[in-house]
Design a binder for this molecule. Structure first.
Ligand code: ADP
Ligand code: ZN
Length: 295
């Protein structure tokens, strides 16, 4: 059987076809323009692919309430042209297949939990540090949506001493995680793209401090069994030990869990599926959409 997957991003749409063995078979990428252009282009690519269902992991904010008349719509977003626009409905209807949608980060969390670094556990937090900072959360074997969906990237952090831009760069909030620690925030603060900063640059100590604060907050708020850090910025592997150290320092022995106190290296981990977490999560959603119609 062939399943369609879509990772809907702010700059590009990544489309693929996957199978029941959780393999991604073919893939293409389409730039994200106005929905009137991009959605028909995506439908066109899937049209002759013989897919039985579609799974979507998307940028947000998105309506995930399956009872809502605007299920699968992008809600209010600064992304030009996409505010209050349907994403899932036209694709589902034009392709004539069942479809499920979740946030891109929830899709990644789902894949890491079922098949990746958090396999066998009941919970995990997946955080991507890239153009934005976002998090997907599995708790007691379920993806967390709650009222809307978690927006961990906008948690407020304590300013670190010596930060030359302690308010960060989020247009909505002063001192939120995304505004302080996303790839573009690093670039704005230091005047150079994150990937070009040398490993001994002050930027990394600061980055690890903010991500350590986030891990501390996440441990206290959600009690996940594992925290997985992905996204472009986390390709700086030297950040991992620094973040682990900062997290332990901030927790200060308060949370008495063997996994944290003695196994921090696996508690704060890299994605098991590498850069494929998002697409694999969309594939799992597509499989689920298909199974639901078989009931
Ligand atoms: P997106 O979030 O758009 O899906 P990425 O996760 O690749 O894409 O994030 C892009 C951001 O990550 C950019 O701000 C870029 O500067 C930063 N980035 C990409 N690669 C690296 C790297 N190797 N080291 C540090 N930062 C990186
Ligand atoms: Zn913010």
């Amino acid at each position: 059987m062939r399943f369609g997957t879509l990772e809907a991003g702010g700059t590009k749409m990544v489309l693929s076809v996957g199978n029941e063995q959780n393999e991604l078979l073919e893939q293409t990428s389409i730039p994200t323009e106005a929905p009137e252009i991009t959605i028909p282009a995506m439908i066109n690519w899937f049209k002759d692919k013989n897919i039985v269902s579609l799974g979507i992991g998307t940028f947000g904010p998105v309506d995930l309430n399956s009872e809502s008349p605007t299920y699968g719509w992008i809600t209010k977003t600064p992304k030009p042209g996409w505010s209050n626009k349907p994403l899932l409905p036209p694709m589902r209807d034009e392709l004539g297949v069942p479809a499920l949608i979740d946030t891109d980060v929830n899709a990644a969390a789902l894949a890491e939990w079922k098949l990746g670094a958090a396999r066998g556990l009941d919970s995990c937090l997946y955080v991507t540090v890239g153009t934005g900072v976002g998090a997907g959360l599995v708790i007691e074997g379920k993806l967390v949506h709650g009222l809307v969906h978690p927006e961990l990237g906008h948690m407020i952090l304590r300013q670190e001493p010596g930060d030359p831009a302690p308010d960060g760069f989020c247009p909505y909030h002063k001192g939120c995680l995304e505004g302080l620690a996303s790839g573009p925030a690093i670039e704005k603060r230091w005047g150079m793209k994150a990937q070009y900063l040398s490993p001994d640059h002050d930027a990394w100590k600061l980055e690890a401090a903010y991500l350590g604060q986030m891990c501390m907050n996440a441990v206290c708020a959600f009690s996940p069994e594992k925290i997985i850090l992905g996204g472009g910025v986390m390709q700086q592997k030297h950040l991992f030990p620094m973040i682990r150290r900062k997290t332990l320092e901030l927790l200060n022995g308060y949370v008495q869990a063997e996994e944290i106190l003695n196994h921090i290296d696996s508690f704060i981990a890299e994605p098991g599926l590498g850069t494929k977490s998002g697409a694999t999560g969309a594939l799992l959603l597509a499989q689920q959409a298909y199974e639901e119609t078989m009931k």
